[in-house]
Ligand binder design. Structure first.
Ligand SMILES: [Zn+2]
Length: 437
């Protein structure tokens, strides 16, 4: 009976791969990779990677910044629609809820439907089927996008209520910021439950040497982790290091695992219109993708799905008098606008020196004056640097544009075409052949 079912499913999946959408997706892949992506092998592990705020404009600008295709580019399979239950423009809570539970909800809500009913996430479904699970982010780990996978709360601001729910849901690996939301009692309980607990890059690295470590909590900052531009001055691990450590621990489970990795701060850079921060954190995210793909290529039973949850800032590629793009200048920017603004003296007489030192840009008198007069000098610095890079922004919130979807591994073709953000968990459950909803 099992065999017949499997055969039927294979026929359905093969038929599915001949839709127009998947044909478009597959033609963009290299031959060897396309072959793997069409495979209907059962998926044991899913790594869901979410670059928060990363729309096609970010993807294009990042390609220009890097000077060549991104690691994600060759795995593009389609796009997804991001609107929430109550708005054409979603926030990360509603977007994450859709991507984790398969149900659209109102902005601000963490894994509850618009009527307040709790929703099951794909992480919880994977746990129920005997798999291990993990959450990795560069924000507080209790922030909206990771939260939707293992908690149900009415408003995303309740981060203190979210932390204990992670443990109740038996999330095996928890890596990111937000130490302040984990009480001593909660961490002591976690220790008794068998978690290794680490707090800096060095101790995270040492977990490799703890043979039987199969549960891990790493909280590397009281609040969110540092932007990638500022990380070197801290003891925090990179997103890639956290991703690799999570895979190390979770892959000990013979029943497989579900891991969500978020590049949280691409979105925050977008809110600040800070093009250099956005590109640097996109690079950190790409490095993490590389770690996931390295594992998946060897493992062959791991599906890696990559998709932002929405656009942030309405970023444009060029758009200044048709004069092209100038992304490469952002490589010389070594600090966020926030950091530069914090270095200004009270009279703001050192604007020229600071922007030259950290952005390698010589400002005009008019630009110096704009920063001097600005009520928000950080934002003004970001606007001027963006203009020099020919990166445009329409505002400081999210936008409702469709978002690229990338997938690698067995069953990757399932994500082809224009899908809904609610399709992600359904398709992942199908790929893992686990019951869901
Ligand atoms: Zn946002």
């Amino acid at each position: 009976m099992k065999k017949t079912l499997k055969k039927k499913m294979m026929i359905a999946a093969i038929a599915g791969s001949f839709t127009v959408g998947s044909f478009i997706g597959i033609t963009s892949l290299q031959p060897a990779e396309a072959k793997e992506s069409q495979s209907n092998e059962k998926v044991e592990n899913v790594i869901f990677m979410i670059p928060d705020g990363y729309s096609s404009s970010y993807a294009t600008n990042y390609r220009l910044y890097k000077g060549e295709e991104s690691v994600m580019d060759s795995h593009l399979v389609g796009m997804h629609r991001t609107y929430s239950a109550n708005s054409e423009v979603t926030d990360s809570a509603a977007a994450g809820t859709a991507m984790a539970t398969g149900t659209k909800t109102n902005n601000g809500v963490i894994s509850m439907d618009p009527d307040g009913n709790k929703l099951e996430s794909i992480l919880q479904a994977a746990e129920k089927s005997g798999k291990s699970s993990g959450l990795v982010a560069t924000s507080t780990i209790t922030h909206a996008t990771p939260a939707v996978f293992a908690s149900n709360v009415a408003t995303r601001a309740n981060e203190k209520d979210i932390a204990p729910q992670f443990l109740q849901n038996d999330v095996d690996v928890i890596l990111g910021g937000g130490k302040k939301y984990f009480s001593d009692d909660l961490l002591n309980q976690a220790k008794q439950d068998g978690y290794e607990i680490v707090s800096d890059a060095q101790s995270l690295n040492n977990v490799k040497n703890v043979k039987n470590a199969d549960k891990l909590i790493g909280l590397f900052a009281e609040d969110s982790l540092a932007p990638e531009l500022d990380r070197e001055t801290t003891n925090e691990p990179s997103l890639k290091e956290m991703t690799a450590a999570a895979i190390d621990v979770l892959s000990k489970d013979k029943d497989g695992f579900f891991l969500m990795v978020e590049g949280s701060q691409i979105d925050w850079a977008g809110h600040d219109n800070d093009a250099a921060w956005a590109m640097k954190d996109a690079e950190a995210f790409e490095n993490a993708v590389e770690a996931a793909l390295d594992f998946a290529k060897k493992d062959k039973k791991t599906l890696v799905v990559i998709a932002g949850d929405h656009d942030t800032g309405g970023m444009s590629v060029g758009g200044y008098d048709g004069s092209g793009a100038n992304l490469e200048i952002l490589k010389n920017v070594t600090a966020t606008g926030d950091f530069m603004a914090a270095q200004l003296n009270e009279e703001r007489t050192n604007i020229q020196e600071i922007v030259l030192e950290y952005a390698n840009i010589t400002l005009t008198e008019a630009e110096i004056d704009q920063i001097k007069q600005a009520s928000n000098p950080s934002f003004q610095i970001n606007s001027i640097i963006s203009k020099h890079a020919l990166v445009g922004w329409t505002h400081t919130g999210h936008t409702g544009t469709d978002i690229p979807v990338y997938a690698y591994g067995p069953q990757a073709h399932k994500f082809a075409g224009l899908i809904e953000n609610t399709d992600f968990p359904q398709l992942m459950a199908e790929a893992m052949k686990i019951p869901f909803n």
